[in-house]
Every structure is written in C-alpha cells, then in structure tokens.
Design a protein around this ligand. Sequence first.
Ligand SMILES: *[C@@H]1O[C@H](CO)[C@@H](O)[C@H](O)[C@H]1NC(C)=O
Ligand SMILES: *[C@@H]1O[C@H](CO)[C@@H](O)[C@H](O)[C@H]1NC(C)=O
Ligand SMILES: *[C@@H]1O[C@H](CO)[C@@H](O)[C@H](O)[C@H]1NC(C)=O
Ligand SMILES: *[C@@H]1O[C@H](CO)[C@@H](O)[C@H](O)[C@H]1NC(C)=O
Ligand SMILES: *[C@@H]1O[C@H](CO)[C@@H](O)[C@H](O)[C@H]1NC(C)=O
Ligand SMILES: *[C@@H]1O[C@H](CO)[C@@H](O)[C@H](O)[C@H]1NC(C)=O
Ligand SMILES: *[C@@H]1O[C@H](CO)[C@@H](O)[C@H](O)[C@H]1NC(C)=O
Ligand SMILES: *[C@@H]1O[C@H](CO)[C@@H](O)[C@H](O)[C@H]1NC(C)=O
Length: 286
Amino acid sequence: MHVLKTCAACTMGLGILFVTVFVLSDAALLKRQAYFNRTAYLPCPFTKAQNRSQSELVIFWQDQKKLVLYEHYLGKEKLDNVDDKYRGRTSFDGDNWTLRLHNVQIKDTGSYDCFIQEKTSKGSVILQQTDTELSVTANFSEPEIESVPNITRNSGINLTCWSKQGYPKPIKMYFWITNSTNEHDEDMQISQDNVTELFSISVSLSMPFPDDVFNVTALCVLETASAKIVSRPYYIVLPEPQTDQKENSSWILGAVAIVLIAVFLGWLLLLLVKKCLRKQEQPGIS
Ligand SMILES: *[C@@H]1O[C@H](CO)[C@@H](O)[C@H](O)[C@H]1NC(C)=O
Ligand SMILES: *[C@@H]1O[C@H](CO)[C@@H](O)[C@H](O)[C@H]1NC(C)=O
Ligand SMILES: *[C@@H]1O[C@H](CO)[C@@H](O)[C@H](O)[C@H]1NC(C)=O
Ligand SMILES: *[C@@H]1O[C@H](CO)[C@@H](O)[C@H](O)[C@H]1NC(C)=O
Ligand SMILES: *[C@@H]1O[C@H](CO)[C@@H](O)[C@H](O)[C@H]1NC(C)=O
Ligand SMILES: *[C@@H]1O[C@H](CO)[C@@H](O)[C@H](O)[C@H]1NC(C)=O
Ligand SMILES: *[C@@H]1O[C@H](CO)[C@@H](O)[C@H](O)[C@H]1NC(C)=O
Ligand SMILES: *[C@@H]1O[C@H](CO)[C@@H](O)[C@H](O)[C@H]1NC(C)=O
C-alpha cells in the first residue's frame, strides 16, 4: 500500500528539524503482545531495497507522544534524541531489524512507529514507516484457597481464595463446592496496584457444613477475558466421624468377644454339670 505522507513526525527531540519533504512510503500496521516485566519486540521489517546497508540509513523508533526510544544513526547507536524514559531499556537486533524494549510495563501499552530514513544531499527521505500496536498483559497467579484452621461441623466452612498481579482486569472469581449447584461468589474484591497497574482479586465463602456428609471438595475459579483458571482442589474432611466409627467398631468387636466367651463358658458349665449329674447317678444304678 502506497500512501502519500507529510513528514511532520520528523521533528525530533532537542529541536533537530529534518527537512520536510513529501515521501512515498509503505505504512504497515503490526500487532504485538508482550508480558509484563518481560521483553517486547518492535519490528521494523525493511522490505524495500534489501541491498541497503544500515550504515547508510537512519533507523529510529518513536512512541505515540513522538518520544524517541532508540536511534540507529548511520550504523551506530545515537543517544542524543533518546528520551530519558527509554534510556537503558532498549537494545537493537540488527539481524532482524527489531527493537527490544525490556522490562515492559502496563504503561507501555500503545502504538510505536519505526522509521527508516535515507540521508541524501537534498535532505532526508523516509523510505518506510512501520506502526506497531503493543498490548501488555500479565498472567494472574494460580488461584489459591486458604481456610481457617480446624473446620468442624459447628464452625462451618470459611474459605478465602486469591490470585495476584494480573492484567487486564479480571471478570470474576467464585467457588465450586461439591454437590452444590451454585457458584459462590460472596464478597469478591478487586484491587489495583497504583504503581504497576496490576490487578489482584480475592473472594470469600462462608457457609454451614452440609448435613449428612463428612467431606467436601472446594474449587476456586478465576474468569478473565481470555481464560478460566481453576485452583487445585481443596479437601475438607471432618475429624469426628472417623474416630466415631472406630470407637463403634471396637465396641462391637468387644461385645462380640464377650458374647462368644460367655457362650463358651456357659457351654463348659453345662458340660461340667452334666458330668457331675452322671457321676451322682452311676452309684444309684449299680
Ligand atoms: C521482574 O522480573 C525480575 C526478574 O525477572 C524479578 O526479580 C522482579 O521481581 C519482577 N518484578 C515484578 C514487579 O514482577
Ligand atoms: C539497491 O538495488 C537497487 C536495484 O534493486 C538499485 O537501484 C540501488 O542503487 C541499490 N542501492 C545500493 C545502495 O546498492
Ligand atoms: C532474530 O534473529 C535470530 C537469528 O538471526 C533469531 O534466532 C531470533 O529468533 C530472531 N528474533 C526475533 C524476535 O525474530
Ligand atoms: C501465560 O499464560 C499462557 C496461557 O496459559 C501461557 O501460554 C504463557 O506461557 C504464560 N506466560 C507467562 C509469561 O507466564
Ligand atoms: C487445630 O488443631 C491442632 C491439632 O490438631 C491444634 O494444635 C491447634 O491449636 C488447633 N488450632 C485452632 C485454631 O484451634
Ligand atoms: C472467616 O474467617 C476470617 C478469618 O480468616 C474471619 O475474619 C471471618 O470473620 C470468618 N467469617 C465467618 C463468617 O466466620
Ligand atoms: C455427591 O455427589 C457424588 C457423585 O456425584 C455422589 O456419589 C454423592 O452421593 C453425593 N453426595 C450427596 C450428599 O449428595
Ligand atoms: C498508592 O496508593 C496508596 C494508598 O492509596 C498511597 O498511599 C500511595 O502514595 C500511592 N502511591 C503512588 C505512587 O501513587
């Protein structure tokens, strides 16, 4: 696509004014995604005249406020025009014609222009301009469930789930409890760090322990625009029923033993009594 452009963007910091010329340039629009605190890649693919050497060209990147991120001036890095905001945060990959922006922040979201310029005796001509839309995201931490210690049937269930440092803003977070068909999303709280702009989210659940069961499983689900993240299952087991059952079974075992012993002793007694009776009877007969 050939677009006729005025080179108004050629006014760079520190009052350096390039000769304003009309240029015929390829304007390409790219989309790139980067993770918070990682590196963003801002490409400047030079499709025209591949035989051109970087030492004959001026390659520079500007943000949407026209602040210069990096300038490669006739084959060398030139810092004069680079804005303080970007000093020490960039590196140029000469093989790929790509600028690396390190330690990306949420605030870096926006559009960036790369210009490839040729210096001629008549002035500067922009050979190519590439516009990159950069979006920055951060993965939320895996949701984690915490519980007050020692849940009993009387204390009920009291759980909190949280997930930290994600972007963009999450949609919601909720609990799934086994054999309950409802989503539990009471007391959901979303907060934003005013420095990093990252979001954190938490949700709490407080409910009576279900009747007739001795264990429940809880799951916590975080819903964002792009994904559903599920926590590891959290198992809650009541301590009482198992000890009750043990006591019951040992009691039954004891009772059975006592009955068996009693039956055996009774049978022995019966045998003895019969023997005695027989001995008493014998002399009478003879
Ligand atoms: C950014 O990354 C560095 C190392 O990779 C780490 O030490 C630092 O804690 C991270 N910062 C944030 C805010 O996540
Ligand atoms: C690059 O190649 C084009 C033709 O493809 C030619 O017109 C131009 O002069 C060459 N430039 C250089 C610097 O060699
Ligand atoms: C840049 O080029 C090198 C090889 O020259 C390649 O290994 C690397 O993956 C490229 N990086 C990007 C971001 O395209
Ligand atoms: C973020 O999450 C996606 C999807 O789960 C994964 O592919 C990607 O590697 C994660 N990125 C980071 C930086 O953790
Ligand atoms: C929870 O139970 C453990 C023993 O099982 C006990 O040491 C601890 O004090 C209990 N904590 C609370 C808050 O009751
Ligand atoms: C749940 O536990 C938290 C402390 O972890 C406590 O502040 C809150 O009052 C408890 N909620 C109920 C309903 O017991
Ligand atoms: C809960 O669901 C499981 C399997 O879906 C079932 O075996 C169990 O009997 C159910 N418990 C109650 C109390 O409904
Ligand atoms: C962030 O917010 C807290 C509390 O609202 C405030 O005390 C702190 O000064 C703020 N920090 C910045 C950098 O704005």
